[in-house]
Write a protein that binds this ligand. Structure first.
Ligand SMILES: Cc1ncc(COP(=O)(O)O)c(C=O)c1O
Length: 477
């Protein structure tokens, strides 16, 4: 009985995968409108599955208007399921449409760069790094002559393990730490290890735009959870965990990107309890932990995890040296094994030189001094942006850390036009829709105050305000 149930469950998953596979080939224009699709028998043989499984996939395609049936000649591609060629903005190379909306915006050069949640290079310790490069070559003359281990440099992992103990009272062995090339790679590796097509993934709404694209590329069924200034509606979280049985919840609970909100301690503890109860992984992305303006944020969720349901990603890329692309993923041993395989398939290990340079800076006293100054500089820049915006009726919650303001602008301002006109005037920002898994939030924008200098901040925000006023008045308001 038990066996037949699990076989049934498996074939249910299988037909959905076949459904996705066929749909994908149609969307990639491999099969054109009215083309005849392979017969059920052929496809079943090709894919080594039962004919009934392929039949179920075809039925679902038919039900969703993707294919139609012609008497005696089988299944054909429905013209409505074709994506017009001019809407395909990439040569299609993979089985899913690859898109990274955020990087498309970043590719546009702008003087008033408010779209990059990056720190002004003038605020980073560049000079020290040039000293460390020399030191690293003296200490490890063969550093470029070898690979790093896949998991990352042992010495760096030891330093990080001591750091996590001192900073967050976390006892971690070096085996529980993986060095990745930035947090973005970590999210990608985790998605590959944990998510199969049609698995449910909970994402905050709004969220870090690249995460939406990564999980979507993996074929996940994305279910959004609203994030508010005081965290989540925990009843909603629980009911979604019960209802959808998600594989994971990706969250950025500290100075959240794009809103700047921080999830309170009580909710952090409860989230871990829920994760254990509903067997849902929590992927905690925490790149802004140290960029607080007043007091330290609550400890990471990871601190409350005793059973291994939290994977913790801590990037040091933003505020130390983005060019080195160093982040750490902390995970309990079982998952670590799969992560290591994914990392080895991806790049065989983060460059050793980058890790050694980072290690020397990270273990020096300079890091703390740098962070203290950086927090002040960022706080000042946030203040300047808010001062300039004060003349508008735009709404935002002043964040207590992080790099961004998440702003509601009046609905009368047409967003697309604002973006196009801003780019013409060398101003860039992130439109809210790309941070929204539902692709709504049309009248929200994310402005980063961390990248441009104080004068550019003032000039750029003034220009953006005057642009939006003239757009609003041209729309008759
Ligand atoms: C929430 C979040 N996660 C991950 C990243 C990517 O970080 P990294 O530069 O370490 O890849 C960013 C960058 O903006 C981010 O905001």
């Amino acid at each position: 009985m038990k066996n037949s149930l699990s076989v049934n469950k498996q074939s249910n998953l299988l037909y959905k995968q076949i459904y996705e596979y066929i749909l994908n080939r149609i969307e990639r224009n491999e099969w054109k409108e009215h083309d005849k699709l392979p017969s059920i028998r052929t496809l079943a043989q090709e894919m080594n599955v039962h004919r009934l499984t392929v039949f179920k996939a075809y039925q679902l395609l038919k039900q969703n208007g993707k294919v139609y049936v012609k008497d005696k000649s089988g299944y054909h591609v429905h013209p409505d399921s074709i994506v017009p060629f001019e809407h395909l903005d990439y040569p299609i190379a993979s089985s899913y449409f690859l898109r990274n909306h955020l990087s498309e915006i970043h590719r546009v050069p702008a003087i008033y760069q408010f779209s990059q949640a990056l720190i002004d290079p003038n605020l980073l310790p560049n000079l020290y790094f040039s000293e460390y490069v020399k030191e690293v070559f003296d200490l490890y003359p063969k550093v470029l002559g070898t690979y790093s281990t896949v998991q990352g440099d042992e010495e760096l992992r030891e330093v990080l393990s001591r750091y996590f103990l001192k900073r967050h009272q976390l006892h971690l062995s070096t085996d529980e730490i993986l060095i990745t090339s930035g947090a973005q790679q970590a999210i990608d590796l985790i998605s590959r290890v944990l998510v199969k097509p049609n698995d449910t993934v909970l994402l905050e709404r709004p969220t870090y735009s690249a995460a939406i694209d990564i999980f979507r590329q993996q074929g996940a069924h994305i279910v959004p959870i609203d994030i508010h200034p005081c965290g989540y509606d925990m009843e909603q979280v629980e009911s979604y965990m019960r209802q959808y049985k998600p594989r994971l919840f990706y969250l950025n609970p500290t100075f959240h990107n794009p809103t700047g909100y921080t999830v309170p301690t009580e909710q952090r503890k409860r989230l871990v309890e829920l994760a254990e109860q509903y067997r849902c992984f929590l992927v905690e992305d925490d790149p802004f932990h140290d960029t607080y303006f007043y007091q330290e944020p609550p400890p990471p969720l990871f601190m409350y995890d005793t059973e291994g349901w939290v994977m913790y990603i801590r990037s040091f890329s933003k505020y130390v040296a983005p060019g080195l692309r160093i982040a750490a993923v902390v995970s309990r041993p079982l998952l670590m094994r799969s992560l290591l395989t994914a990392k080895s398939l991806s790049d065989n290990g983060t460059p050793l030189l980058n890790q050694k340079i980072f290690l020397h800076y990270f273990s020096s006293a300079r890091l703390q001094q740098h962070l203290e100054k950086l927090r002040i500089a960022l706080h000042i820049r946030k203040g300047i942006m808010e001062e300039e915006l004060a003349v508008t009726d735009w709404k935002w919650m002043s964040p207590k850390g992080g790099l961004n303001l998440w702003i509601k602008i009046p609905e009368v301002i047409p967003m697309e036009e604002l973006l196009v006109k801003s780019i013409e005037q060398s101003i860039s920002f992130v439109p809210g829709t790309i941070c929204d898994p539902l692709k709504k939030s049309e009248s929200w924008i994310r402005l980063s105050y961390s990248y441009v200098n104080e004068q550019q901040l003032r000039d750029g925000v003034q220009r953006l305000i005057s642009l939006s006023c003239s757009l609003a008045s041209s729309c008759g308001h």
